[in-house]
Write a protein that binds this ligand. Structure first.
Ligand SMILES: N[C@@H](CCC(=O)N[C@@H](CS)C(=O)NCC(=O)O)C(=O)O
Length: 213
C-alpha cells in the first residue's frame, strides 16, 4: 500500500490515515508531495481526480479523503478495530469524527497545524466556541486503555487519529484546557506514532509562507 501525503509539518488531513496505518503496524510506504501552490493540481492530480492529499493506493483501489481511507483500512486490514466494539460507541465515534471532518472552521483558519510553530494567539469568539466543544468531546469520551493511556472510547482508533492534529495545534498555540481534556491531549502527544510524525515534521526544511500565520 502507498499513502500519498503532504508536508508533515502542515498537512493535518494527511496525519489522520498515516497515524492509523503506523499505529497499527500496517505495511505501507509514504509518498511525499509538497503542498506548495505551484503546479499543485497537476502534481496531486496524478494520484486522484480530487487533486488533494491524502490518497491511499492499494493495488487497483484508489481511495481519497482521510475519513474514507480510515474506514477502508479499518474494514479491510483491522477487522473493524478502527472503531469501538459497541454499536452505541461506534455511532458516537463516527459522530465526533464527522463533526471534526466537516466543522470547526475557526479552528482550521485561526490555528492551522504547524508542528514547528510556538505562538500565543488572540482567540476569536468563534474559536473559543470550537475549543470549548473539543474540550467537551475529549472530556466526555476519553477513557483509560489497558496500557494506562487515555484514548477516545478507551482504545486507539480512528477518533484519536482525527483529533491528533488538534492536539498538536493546541500544543503549538498554548491553548489551555480543562483537566481531563489536557490529560487526553498529553497522552495523545505521547503516542509513539504521533511522536514519530512530529519528529519527521521537524526534520522537514520546506517553509510554505501561505500556511504560516
Ligand atoms: N476532505 C479531504 C481534505 C483534503 C485536503 O484538503 N488536503 C489538503 C492538504 S492538507 C490538500 O490536498 N490541499 C491541496 C489544495 O487544496 O490544492 C480529506 O479529508 O482528505
Amino acid at each position: 500500500m502507498q499513502l500519498i501525503i503532504g508536508n508533515k509539518n502542515y498537512s493535518s488531513w494527511s496525519l489522520r490515515p498515516w497515524l492509523l496505518l503506523h499505529a497499527h503496524g500496517l505495511d505501507f510506504s509514504e509518498v511525499h508531495e509538497s503542498l506548495q501552490k505551484e503546479n499543485i493540481q497537476q502534481r496531486l492530480g496524478k494520484y486522484s481526480d480530487s487533486c488533494k492529499v491524502p490518497v491511499l493506493i492499494d493495488e487497483d483501489n484508489i481511495i481519497w479523503d482521510s475519513l474514507s481511507i480510515c474506514e477502508y483500512l479499518s474494514e479491510n486490514y483491522l477487522v473493524g478495530a478502527g472503531w469501538p466494539e459497541s454499536a452505541r460507541q461506534r455511532a458516537q465515534a463516527r459522530s465526533i469524527c464527522a463533526e471534526m471532518h466537516s466543522g470547526f472552521s475557526a479552528l482550521r483558519s485561526e490555528l492551522p497545524m504547524n508542528c514547528r510553530a510556538v505562538k500565543k494567539m488572540i482567540l476569536s469568539a468563534e474559536l473559543q466556541n470550537d475549543i470549548q466543544r473539543i474540550d467537551a468531546i475529549w472530556s466526555q469520551y476519553a477513557s483509560t486503555d489497558s496500557d494506562g493511556s487515555l484514548r477516545l472510547f478507551g482504545s486507539f482508533g480512528i477518533a484519536d487519529c482525527f483529533f491528533a492534529p488538534v492536539a498538536i495545534r493546541f500544543n503549538s498555540y498554548g491553548i489551555v484546557l480543562s483537566e481531563k481534556a489536557a490529560e487526553y491531549q498529553a497522552s495523545l502527544l505521547e503516542h509513539l506514532s504521533v511522536v514519530r510524525w512530529i519528529e519527521d515534521a521537524l526534520a522537514e526544511s520546506e517553509v510554505l509562507p501561505e500556511n504560516e500565520i
